[in-house]
Design a protein around this ligand. Structure first.
Ligand SMILES: *Cc1c(COP(=O)(O)O)cnc(C)c1O
Length: 379
């Protein structure tokens, strides 16, 4: 019998240490490992770029949480993304990306990969027909995110997986915004899941990291080869912090989602709010799909201010509990202005976001305090 999600988050890959009984996986701060004879390693470890026991515990736990066979931990979400792109694409290949892709992913593909002979087409994640229409004979990857950033668009994962299957391409899902507690893309037929563990998985805004999870043997080997060859690995302390964060993922995601729902309810009726973007709202265009593939609707909320850009900027500067900062997914609430901050680079492009848009990462503080703080900042 498989244990439930919250149990695996605490125990998967984390038996008490066999030599000391230490309940918590030790931080194996070592670069190398003694051998009992030439080529005779004690536990399969020889050098910490290639493998480290703290990192192995994290990798096993991540694989378990996403329901995959293999997990690989990276030094950042971007290095995990880079490894997946290099494991799946060759010069002359083509991929499809969301037309509102995470900015760092877009930059890596647009500024780096195109220089190595890889071509891409942006398509809306909400429109399976548009994705199908963008497929070419040399398309190898359909890259998607759901919910997307910052407008919380929803991709239909089973439909995209079916499309990938029919066209012998691979569906890769950046699952950072949902976390495996809310949504497990491999279960819907995706080939590969990517995470910025910096966000909900670490959960405390104290570590940068990334992960790749797959059940495909060939991809797993390729990604492990790149992890060792290019060496963008997390150190043992970073791996340990992320493992520590994972233990509370289930309770945090429940609370993030509940606090977000309460905040959305208050924002909806507020005279200074024009529109709220949250997949939990019944009139959100992706609501039905989100309700089918997600356990809850998550902790990210965006909304527009009725009085325009300056009013939105002023509101961002007036909160007391919501800290004005980029990033997301930590226990503390954050607020930001996408047009001037996380999405400033999209100005003038198709991906440009509304100037009066505000994005919040709803933390796990007392729900009423968050509502009071944000509403008073809007006055
Ligand atoms: C933050 C983020 C990334 C990049 O991760 P880093 O850990 O910052 O390198 C990738 N995708 C999404 C959706 C993100 O939010």
């Amino acid at each position: 019998m498989t244990d439930g999600f919250a149990t695996r988050a605490i125990h998967a890959g984390q038996e008490p240490d066999p030599t000391t009984g230490s309940v918590i996986t030790p931080i194996h701060a070592t670069s190398t490992y003694a051998q009992d004879g030439v080529g005779n390693q004690r536990q399969g470890y020889e050098y910490s770029r290639t493998g480290n026991p703290t990192r192995s515990a994290l990798e096993e736990c991540l694989a378990s949480l996403e329901g995959g066979k293999y997990g690989r931990a990276f030094a950042s979400g971007m290095s995990a993304t880079d490894a997946v792109l290099r494991a799946t694409l060759r010069p002359g290949d083509h991929l499809i990306i969301p037309d509102d892709a995470y900015g760092g992913t877009f930059r890596l593909i647009d500024k780096v990969l195109t220089g190595w002979g890889i071509d891409y087409t942006p398509a809306p994640v909400t429109d399976v027909d548009a994705v199908r229409a963008a497929i070419r004979p040399n398309t190898k990857v359909i890259w998607t995110e759901t919910p997307t950033n910052p407008l919380l668009n929803i991709a239909d994962l089973p439909a995209l997986a079916q499309l990938a299957h029919d066209t012998t391409t691979r569906l890769v899902v950046d699952n950072t915004f949902a976390s495996p507690h809310l949504q497990q893309p491999l279960e819907f037929g995706a080939s590969i899941v990517v995470h910025s563990t910096t966000k909900y998985l670490g959960g405390h805004s104290d570590v940068v990291g990334g992960a790749v999870i797959t059940s495909d043997d060939e991809i797993a080997d390729q990604v492990a080869f790149l992890q060792n060859t290019a060496g963008a690995v997390p150190g043992p302390f970073d791996a340990w912090l992320t493992l520590r964060g994972l233990k509370t993922l289930a309770v945090r995601m429940e609370r993030h989602s509940r606090n977000a729902e309460n905040l959305v309810a208050a924002l909806r009726d507020h005279p200074k709010v024009a529109r709220v973007f949250y997949p939990g709202l019944e009139d959100h265009p992706g609501h039905q799909v989100a309700a089918k593939q997600m356990r809850h609707f998550g902790g990210m909320v965006s909304f527009t201010h009725v009085d325009g850009e300056q009013a939105a900027l002023d509101a961002c500067a007036r909160t007391r509990l919501f800290t004005l900062a980029e990033s997301l997914g930590g226990v503390e609430s954050l607020i930001e202005h996408p047009g001037r901050m996380t999405h400033a680079s999209t100005a003038g492009s198709l991906l440009q976001v509304p100037a009066e848009l505000i994005r919040v990462s709803v933390g796990i503080e007392e729900s009423e305090d968050l509502v009071t703080d944000l509403l008073s900042a809007l006055e």
